[in-house]
Design a protein around this ligand. Structure first.
Ligand SMILES: NC(=O)C1=CN([C@@H]2O[C@H](COP(=O)(O)OP(=O)(O)OC[C@H]3O[C@@H](n4cnc5c(N)ncnc54)[C@H](O)[C@@H]3O)[C@@H](O)[C@H]2O)C=CC1
Ligand SMILES: CC(=O)[C@](C)(O)C(=O)O
Ligand SMILES: [Mg+2]
Ligand SMILES: [Mg+2]
Length: 348
């Protein structure tokens, strides 16, 4: 385990250099890994495991569109693709990658097959942390572990195919066999993580729910919408408002931030822009911080979990989510974005 300094704070990280794939294959040699669910993380993790030479099977509902997707990806019914219960029975390691709400419904089926010595793997601290709401309480004689890729399962797969790796956090909730640490790190490497950083289930879920509601997904759309609306209200055209709010950020400036940090991006802009950005980032921080505090409170008190469980366990949650996504897609800002994307030379 490498100790690395993040600012002044020292943390444990596991890299592929110190825990190479060959070691992961050795640890997982006798195991049957069942990936339960074939939504977003399921395909990413299972295809990477398969390409990395791990013995992996899929458990998925037969009457679902993703059963067909699994077949299209080369999983074979009766050989590597099974109904959820059959896969859970065959598994020595159960990777529970149903949606967090669906995990509650299917739990009795999984629980039945958690015989001593097996491992139960999550990619989110949700089910275990909010156990009063989820009822997910594993027996004491199984390992309970977590690898949470810090990004979409789609990116996990794409980056793996490109020879890159998405970073993931890992945690151990229960080590019943004495093998939990080897198992979790081996799985983390084998699902395609670039490196692994240590956490626990509680901290994983509270940071994750904050991040996705905040700067990663919720706050970013809120910031875009606020600025786009102000520019439009003052007579700017949709193309101008979209370019100055979104397109320039994703195409030109964020790649620079990703490459070498915010100061590097600033340094590659005009002194005029630097002056303004340095003056304005703090007022934005101060305005937004109370909202982030409110969000964090809503996460740690379990309100966000309750809302996800309530709304995402309704029979018609998919069409309802689709309707909300459609509203976003049909907003003027994202319709402008659609046209702007067609103008990128690489899309012609
Ligand atoms: N989407 C992502 O990229 C990320 C997800 N995670 C976590 O990974 C886990 C899996 O998430 P996703 O891949 O997004 O899941 P998802 O929402 O795509 O659903 C996965 C599967 O659940 C199945 N399913 C839904 N309701 C069901 C039911 N009642 N009975 C049986 N199967 C049902 C669906 O058929 C689908 O194959 C969650 O814990 C999530 O928080 C973590 C990091 C990123
Ligand atoms: C992609 C990811 O890590 C998220 C945003 O937390 C999620 O999909 O839950
Ligand atoms: Mg996340
Ligand atoms: Mg998340």
């Amino acid at each position: 385990m490498a100790k690395l300094k993040f600012g002044e704070v020292e943390e444990n990280v596991v890299t592929r250099e110190e825990f190479p794939l060959a070691k992961a294959q050795e640890v997982l040699k006798g195991e049957t890994v069942a990936v339960i669910g074939y939504g977003v993380q399921g395909p990413g993790q299972s295809l990477n495991l398969r390409d990395n030479g791990i013995n992996v099977i899929i458990g998925q509902r037969k009457d679902s569109p993703t059963w067909e997707k699994a077949i299209a990806d080369g999983w074979v019914p009766g050989e590597t693709l099974f109904e959820i219960e059959e896969a859970a029975e065959k598994a020595t390691i159960i990777q529970y990658l149903l949606s967090d709400a669906a995990q509650i419904k299917v739990w009795p089926t999984i629980q039945k097959h958690l015989t001593p010595g097996k491992a139960l793997y999550f990619s989110h601290g949700f089910g275990i942390t909010y156990k009063e709401q989820t009822g997910i309480i594993p027996p004491a004689d199984v390992d309970v572990i977590l690898v949470a890729p810090k990004g979409s399962g789609t990116s996990l797969r794409r980056m793996f195919v490109q020879g890159r790796g998405l970073n993931s956090s890992y945690a151990i909730f229960q080590d019943a066999t004495g093998k939990a640490k080897d198992r979790v790190i081996a799985l983390g490497i084998a699902v395609g993580s670039g490196y692994l950083f240590e956490t626990d289930f509680n901290r994983e879920v509270s940071s994750d729910l904050t991040g996705e509601r905040g700067s990663l997904m919720g706050a970013i759309q809120g910031l875009f919408a606020a600025q786009y609306d102000v520019l439009r209200a003052h007579g700017h055209t949709p193309s101008e408002a979209f370019n100055e709010t979104v397109e320039e950020l994703t195409q030109s400036l964020m790649p620079l931030v990703a490459e070498n940090g915010m100061d590097w991006m600033y340094a590659n802009c005009s002194t005029t822009a630097q002056r303004g950005a340095l003056d304005w980032w703090k007022p934005f921080r101060d305005a937004i911080k109370p909202v982030v505090e409110k969000l964090y409170d809503s996460v740690v008190t379990g309100k966000e979990a309750a809302r996800s469980i309530d709304l995402n366990s309704q029979a018609d949650y998919r069409p309802k989510l689709e309707k909300e996504l459609e509203e976003l897609r049909n907003s003027e800002m994202w319709q402008a974005g659609k046209t702007v994307r067609t103008l990128r030379p690489e899309n012609n």
